[in-house]
Design a protein around this ligand. Structure first.
Ligand code: IMP
Length: 181
């Protein structure tokens, strides 16, 4: 039986992680984070644009007092990493002395996340952990610790649930992977 597919721009993607599986995993991560941070009033920082859906659902599954904010960093265009990370944009909150959880859609090479974590430590964060819905372990080029991982996935381009291919596909409820015809 063939999997459902979607066409984004010029490429065909097939269903990879269903909405149900994503939601179950997000609940698990939320429960774990609620337990680990129960007395700390952590500051969650969502990395825009990709994390908006994951961050929204994750926040709904957290049952302790938390703050949530967003920032932007751009390091990707099309389907290839430009291999450089830019500065953090739009972060107004004071990071000094805070327990920070960076919320990301995917860690691929780890270049972006390494830069983010470094800058948050330099800004005086008490602790910095990373919650990423997806991780491509085979692609990691940096020694970044991703403490909270939803799914470890192979080295294949994915779209949906916040992740885009050249601007499209973020609104899909499920995650799709590039289909090789
Ligand atoms: P890294 O710096 O290589 O870890 O790249 C991280 C960023 O690249 C993520 O925040 C995504 O925006 C983007 N990215 C990496 N892999 C994919 C993918 O498979 N689909 C869509 N975006 C991706």
């Amino acid at each position: 039986m063939s999997l459902p597919t979607v066409v984004v721009h010029d490429k065909t993607f097939e269903l990879f992680i269903s909405e149900d599986r994503i939601q179950t995993k997000v609940q698990e991560l939320g429960a774990q984070l609620s337990k680990d941070y129960q007395d700390q009033k952590p500051l969650f920082i969502g990395v825009l644009n990709g994390s908006f859906m994951f961050a929204g659902d994750l926040m709904k599954s957290i049952n302790i007092p938390v703050e949530i904010t967003f920032m932007k960093i751009s390091s990707y265009s099309g389907m290839k990493s430009k291999g450089k990370a830019h500065e953090l944009i739009g972060l107004k909150e004071s990071i000094e002395g805070r327990d920070v959880v960076v919320v990301e859609d995917i860690v691929d090479t780890g270049i972006t996340m390494e830069a983010i974590v470094k800058q948050l430590h330099n800004s005086g964060a008490k602790s910095v952990e990373v919650a990423s819905l997806l991780l491509k372990p085979e692609c990691l080029q940096r020694d970044v610790k991703v403490k909270y991982v939803g799914f470890e996935i192979p080295e294949k381009f994915v779209v949906g649930y916040g992740l885009d291919y050249d601007g499209l596909g973020r609104n899909l409820k499920d995650i799709y992977q590039l289909k090789h015809e």
